[in-house]
Structure formats: structure tokens, C-alpha cells
Design a protein around this ligand. Structure first.
Ligand code: PMP
Length: 444
């Protein structure tokens, strides 16, 4: 049995509802589409930085961060302090009145963006932010057609569900039309052959075909995650986005980077995922990590594109809420002060090298991929056929949990381990996680 690295935090005794009561309340009163991980669902009642604690006070290393959301660390003291100070003064008033937090965070985001991307609209979630980005692109271009990428996830509201390209997440409901999905450039499962760069180029040719054969020849927008998150940490080679953006711009469209998972330093080498591809999007969509757990989303774009969306009123009651703004602002400062982007690069590099070493010894690992602290491990039953090892993935998650390690899972077939922890994990955490994975892989 591996031992978690030492950590100085005593969780408070838990005296809330029991697991059984919570389970029965959930079964009776909560919507059944809401699901839990694990055969015996975990009751998590406290967190401190990269660790979570259950009702019995047991500590776990969290490698999933509330689905890539707790960027700085659970209950990070600086984020907490700034949020508490704000809650004690004013919880809500709306953007109808002046307040410093909302323009302050907008200015901080502008300072992190490429030149000219300096106007932000705040929402409460990534889905809402994607809805808005598409609406703005359509208004600005006067066109309707949008190109997305297969295997992408962009949310569960109407347009966002249309952008999402996974039958798993699509209900048989009418979603706004004229959204088309091009081939996913992920070299591991692409139907195109060649080097990752050639596969990226072939995938961009697929965009050309879609524009030619499924649209009036001009488009409103292209939207892509620099690294697909829910899709299983999949991405195209570094030439993909630049070639795709050129193709879209030749056909009159705007380029939207969905940075909901890849933003805020997580990929290590750069603050934004798109920067690895050397591109400048026309809009950047954010959520999750921007708030460290507070409901906060945003779209940053140019003044010109934003202006096209002023012909009618668009209002969001909670968008710009002073408490969420305080959280977002604190997150940006903490990423700087705690050196979290550099940590993602360094600790993430150690983690990836360790996973590749496990791949050399465990046939179950078909592919190791990702950047910084956004890593994926695809499990397959046979490296030739790439048959997805989905039940094995579930078994591995259970074994890891028993040893105090919480992982995420994703990919179309549910066979990809998603490793996207709070960005403050240490070398010792990585070594512990690799030991647990090594042991669990050996037992499956
Ligand atoms: N875009 C991406 C890339 C995401 O991963 C998600 C959430 N998984 C969303 C958008 C939607 O965000 P939300 O759940 O906050 O609506």
C-alpha cells in the first residue's frame, strides 16, 4: 500500500447527514440524470489545496480537481480571504450599478490576452459563455454556419449541446441548426494516416469539405478546444489550429478558442492552450479554472466583435457578480504568486515521463498524451486493435480510490484516465500517484 505524502491539515470532525441519508435523499429528490463516480460513492466534506477529505477524515490526493475547476487548490487561503471579504461587504447588486470588481477582472483578463482581445462579458458557466460566443459570431458575420470538431464537448445548453460532438451528451432534441463537425485531429484514433502533422492537415481538409458541401460557402465561426477535455485529452499536432484558423478566415468566419479546461496556465508552457499552436483567436471562452470553484464563465473578444452584439439588450443577472469577480481576480493573482503555470510545466513534465515509463511496462496503456497538468492515459485491451478497455478503466479508478487517489475518466469510450489536478500538486504527489497506478495496472 502506497502512502500519501505528509500534509499538515486536520480536517474538522464531520457531523452532517450520513452517507445513507444523503443517498436516499438523492434517490428520492434529486434528478436521476445526476450521477456519481465509484461503486460506493464518496462523501467528500472538506478540501485543502490538492487534497480532499471524506466524512471519516480520510485524505485523498485529488487528480480531477472538481472536473478541472479547482485551479489554485481546494479552499486556497488567498481565494477564500478575498471571497469572504467581498461576501461580508456586498453579495450582489448586478451590473446596473458601478462596482470595481467587474471591470477590474475584465482588465486583468485583457492583460493576459493577445493584443486587441480586451473586451469581456461574464457568465456563470462555460455553456453560457459558448452560447454567447456563437451568438456574437453570428451577429458579427451575419452568417449562421458554425464548424466544430468531432469528439468535442462545449456544454449542455441548446447551442452548446449542438456544438458538443459526442452522442453520449446529446439528447434527441432539436438544437439550433447549422452546426457541422469536422474530423477530430487526434492522431491516436484518426482515420487519416501519416504523421500527427499530416493528420492535422488532413483534418483541416475535412473542414474545407464541410464548408464546400454543407454550408453556403461562408461560415460564421469555428470553435475548438486546444486540447479536448471530456473527449479524453485529445488534440491535433501544433499545426492544426493555425491551418484550421486560416481555412475558416478564408471563408469569412471567426475563430473561437474554448479554453474552459486548457486556460490559466494548466498546459504549462503557456497561459492559454491556443498559444501552443501560435494562433490568435477572435474570441476566448473561459469557465471552470477561472473561479477555482465559484460559478464563473467569460468570453473575451475584440471591441469590434462585441459591438455587433449591442443592437439588442443581452443581460445576465449573475454575470459580473462581485463575489465571483473577487474569486476570479484572486485566481489570476494566485496563479502568478504561487508560480502555478511553472509548476504545471515542471510537475506535469515529471508526471508525463512517469506515465510513459508505466506505458513501457503495462500493455494496457495504449497512449499517454497531454501537456502540463492536463494529461490523459488511454487504456486499450490490445495495442494493435486499440479495443477500448472501458471496464478496466472503471476497475482502475476503484483500485486507485482504495489507495487514496482520485482520478477522472473520459473519452468517447470512457477508457481514458483524465489527470487534471489542482495546479499546486508536488513531485511527491506525482511519485505517489505513479506508484498507485503502477500497482493498480499490475492488478487488473
Ligand atoms: N467547454 C468545455 C471545454 C468544457 O469542458 C465544459 C464543461 N465540461 C464546458 C464548455 C461547459 O461548461 P459548464 O459545465 O460550466 O457549462
Amino acid at each position: 500500500m502506497s502512502t500519501l505524502p505528509p500534509y499538515d491539515h486536520t480536517p474538522r470532525p464531520y457531523d452532517g447527514l450520513s452517507r445513507d441519508v444523503i443517498l436516499s435523499l438523492r434517490a428520492k429528490h434529486c434528478h436521476p440524470v445526476i450521477f456519481t463516480l465509484y461503486k460506493e460513492p464518496l462523501l467528500i466534506v472538506e478540501g485543502s489545496m490538492q487534497y480532499l477529505f471524506d466524512d471519516a477524515g480520510r485524505r485523498y490526493l485529488d487528480l480531477f480537481a472538481g472536473i478541472v475547476t479547482v485551479s489554485c487548490g481546494h479552499s486556497h487561503p488567498t481565494v477564500n480571504r478575498r471571497v469572504i471579504e467581498q461576501i461580508e461587504r456586498l453579495q450582489h447588486a448586478t451590473t446596473l450599478y458601478l462596482h470595481p470588481n467587474f471591470p477590474e477582472l475584465a482588465a486583468k483578463l485583457a492583460a493576459k490576452m493577445p493584443e486587441g482581445l480586451d473586451v469581456t462579458y461574464f457568465t456563470n458557466s462555460g455553456s453560457e459563455a459558448n452560447e454567447l460566443a456563437i451568438a456574437m459570431a453570428r451577429m458579427h458575420t451575419g452568417r449562421e454556419d458554425v464548424i466544430g470538431v468531432r469528439n468535442a464537448y462545449h456544454g449542455g445548453t441548446a447551442t452548446a449541446m449542438g456544438l458538443t460532438s459526442h452522442s453520449t451528451w446529446k439528447f434527441p432534441l432539436r438544437t439550433p441548426g447549422r452546426i457541422h463537425h469536422a474530423a477530430c485531429p487526434d492522431p491516436y484514433r484518426s482515420r487519416f494516416a501519416g504523421t500527427p502533422e499530416q493528420i492535422a492537415t488532413a483534418s483541416v481538409e475535412d473542414i474545407r469539405d464541410l464548408i464546400r458541401f454543407s454550408t453556403p460557402g461562408q461560415v460564421a465561426a469555428f470553435i475548438a478546444e486546444p486540447i479536448q477535455g471530456v473527449g479524453g485529452v485529445t488534440s491535433g499536432a501544433d499545426n492544426y489550429l493555425s491551418e484550421a484558423y486560416n481555412m475558416i478566415r478564408e471563408h469569412g468566419g471567426l475563430c473561437i478558442a474554448d479554453e474552459v479546461q486548457t486556460g490559466f496556465g494548466r498546459t504549462g508552457g503557456h497561459y492559454w492552450g491556443f498559444e501552443h499552436h501560435g494562433v490568435r483567436p477572435d474570441m476566448v471562452v473561459m469557465a471552470k479554472g477561472i473561479g477555482n470553484g465559484f460559478p464563473l464563465g467569460a468570453v473575451t473578444t475584440t471591441a469590434e466583435i462585441a459591438a455587433a452584439f449591442t443592437s439588442r439588450i443581452h443581460f445576465n443577472t449573475f454575470g459580473g457578480n462581485p463575489v465571483s469577480m473577487a474569486a476570479g481576480s484572486a485566481v489570476i493573482d494566485v496563479i502568478e504568486q504561487d508560480g502555478l503555470q511553472a509548476n504545471c510545466r515542471e510537475v506535469g513534465g515529471r508526471f508525463k515521463a512517469g506515465l510513459e515509463e508505466l506505458q513501457a511496462r503495462h500493455d494496457l496503456i495504449g497512449d499517454v498524451r497531454g501537456r502540463g497538468l492536463m494529461l490523459g492515459v488511454e487504456l486499450v485491451r490490445d495495442r494493435m486493435t486499440k479495443e477500448p478497455a472501458n471496464t478496466e478503466t472503471v476497475a482502475l479508478l476503484e483500485l486507485a480510490k482504495e489507495q487514496g487517489l482520485l482520478l477522472g475518466k473520459g473519452g468517447f469510450f470512457g477508457n481514458v484516465l483524465r489527470i487534471k489536478p489542482p495546479m499546486c500538486i508536488t513531485d511527491a504527489d506525482v511519485d505517489f500517484a505513479l506508484e498507485v497506478l503502477d500497482d493498480a495496472l499490475g492488478r487488473i
